[in-house]
Design a protein around this ligand. Structure first.
Ligand SMILES: Cc1cc2nc3c(=O)[nH]c(=O)nc-3n(C[C@H](O)[C@H](O)[C@H](O)COP(=O)(O)OP(=O)(O)OC[C@H]3O[C@@H](n4cnc5c(N)ncnc54)[C@H](O)[C@@H]3O)c2cc1C
Length: 463
């Protein structure tokens, strides 16, 4: 009997376990060990009096197929939902005022002239500078470049400060000056290398999508029961996996086999191990065995963030909310990074139409200490921002804070080289594989794929 141990029960670890189980290999035992008392990692949806509150992710990019594929395998495809069509629209706070993102702006690239020309968000010189993307030459070197340098070079500084930094940087809670484009948004590099201009590339993409006449799906998708439904449903299918929760792993050493020590001093042996924990946790676990890998793993930095959900009676809000919410550029110097109007973006998040549910993001690289405030202080600051920006003075009916200390890995310059050096060094331990958001993609679909890749790496050794 061969034994595989997966450490970490977030979506990456769960996906690895499910993939291995579904291969139905005889004489293979699979164990999944999780430090917390529940599975799912960042995928946590709480039901609070009929409000579905997302602690971590609230959606996934539908362009990446891994979530829909996994959802189908585990039988929850019917629960897939897109963003609500009637409330479409995202706003950006600039100069203390909310400006709607012009229609046709894809990621940060304008694809429709009229809405872009009439938008109040970008000044005329800024718009002209963005248009220069159509004629500027492409960069020839293939080396890494920061998001800030790339956007400034192609679209100008105003596009960086007002659009790319809050919108694109915000996805990673990252600092654009130090964010590796190659690791975070390789798609932009491809666009430049194939089409020279980002605007041209987006227009070609739009034409091709229109020609393929496929069923129009929402760009962002989720599940009726929130993203937690995905994690809990995968976990519910793991009939052939031994699951241990509330069992933090202390260390893993290797001699002939892997020797796993839990913090409660229990010992386990395994032929294969998958680390599906954040890189800093993997470093702690492997430190005794290999200080060099531990050091490189620790060089991947993480930042703190938190979500603060607040629910109101619709009538208490004064003005109706417009769109799905807004993002805030760091130059506005606010205590929050973004607000999603969860009840406007998704159906099924509130008990009925008399309510609104808002989810505020705090922390990120420039405001990490905010996450360490106690609940009352954090709420006071968040409510002050909601009052100032949206005029909300009512007392919320419900509040829920979810802190993610060291929750977001930073793909800083040279990230992929660091990952490659970790992977090379791991060749010394053929039965060990890494998965999770620290390495080759932060989004939920990327994490699922990373779990499946790690499982395949182990299976190659098995056969
Ligand atoms: C606030 C927030 C919003 C986000 N929004 C989105 C979004 O809308 N869309 C999207 O695609 N992505 C989003 N993300 C990113 C995405 O949620 C994460 O990248 C992804 O869920 C990470 O999955 P994972 O399995 O790699 O790691 P995790 O979910 O962090 O799981 C790792 C697990 O390992 C466990 N662990 C750690 N140490 C040990 C140990 N020593 N022993 C045993 N177990 C251990 C942890 O308890 C945890 O359960 C968001 C992230 C955050 C924080």
């Amino acid at each position: 009997m061969k034994k595989i141990v997966i450490i970490g029960g977030g979506i990456a670890g769960l996906s690895a376990a499910y993939y291995l189980q579904e291969q139905k290999i005889n004489d293979l035992s699979i164990t999944l060990i999780e430090a917390e008392d529940k599975l799912g990692g960042k995928l946590q949806t709480a039901d609070e009096d009929g409000f579905a509150i997302e602690g971590g992710p609230d959606c996934f990019l539908s362009q990446k197929p891994a979530v829909a594929r996994l959802g189908k395998q585990i039988g929850i495809s019917e629960d897939l939902i897109g963003t609500s069509e009637e409330n479409k629209g995202t706003y950006i706070l600039s100069g203390g005022r909310l400006h709607e993102l012009p229609e046709g702006l894809m990621l940060m690239v304008p694809t429709k002239i009229l809405p872009f020309a009439t938008s109040s968000l970008i000044s005329w010189p800024g718009k002209f500078r963005m248009g220069l993307d159509m004629v500027l030459p492409k960069k020839n070197s293939s080396g890494d470049e920061s998001l800030a340098s790339f956007v400034t070079r192609r679209l100008g500084k105003e596009a960086l400060d007002k659009i790319a930094e809050p919108l694109i940087g915000g996805i990673h809670a990252g600092d654009p000056d130090n964010m590796s484009l190659k690791a975070s948004f390789p798609r932009f590099l491809d666009m430049e290398s194939k089409h020279r201009s980002l605007i041209k590339a987006m227009l070609v993409g739009k034409r091709e999508a229109a020609r393929s006449k496929g069923k129009k799906t929402s760009h962002f998708m989720s599940f009726v029961g929130g993203m937690g439904e995905l994690a809990q449903s995968v976990a519910g299918k793991l009939d052939s996996v031994e699951i241990k929760t509330s069992c933090p792993v202390q260390s893993v050493n290797y001699s002939d086999k892997f020797h796993i020590t839990l913090k409660n001093e229990e010992q386990l042996e395994a032929d294969y191990v998958i680390f599906a924990v954040p890189a800093y946790a993997a470093a702690d676990i492997i430190e005794q065995q290999d200080k060099q890998i531990a050091q490189t793993l620790r060089s991947i930095n993480f930042v703190n963030s938190a979500t603060v959900s607040v629910a109101y009676h619709k009538n208490d809000l004064g003005k109706p909310l417009k769109g799905y919410g807004f993002v805030i550029p760091s130059q506005e110097k606010r205590n929050i990074m973004a607000v999603t109007y969860s009840s406007q973006k998704w159906h099924h998040r509130i008990p009925n139409d008399n309510y609104q549910l808002l989810r505020c993001f705090v922390g990120g690289p420039k405001n990490q200490d905010m996450v360490l405030l106690d609940d009352e202080e954090m709420l006071t600051k968040v409510k002050a921002e909601l009052k100032d920006i949206l005029g909300i003075t009512a007392k919320p009916l419900l509040t829920k804070i979810c802190r993610w200390v060291n929750g977001m890995p930073q793909y800083s310059m040279g990230h992929l080289e660091r990952v490659e050096s970790i992977e090379q060094r791991l060749e010394r331990f053929p039965g060990l594989a890494l998965a999770g958001n620290s390495y080759r993609g932060i989004g939920v679909p990327d994490c699922i794929e990373s779990g499946e890749r790690a499982a395949k790496r182990i299976l190659e050794r098995l056969h």
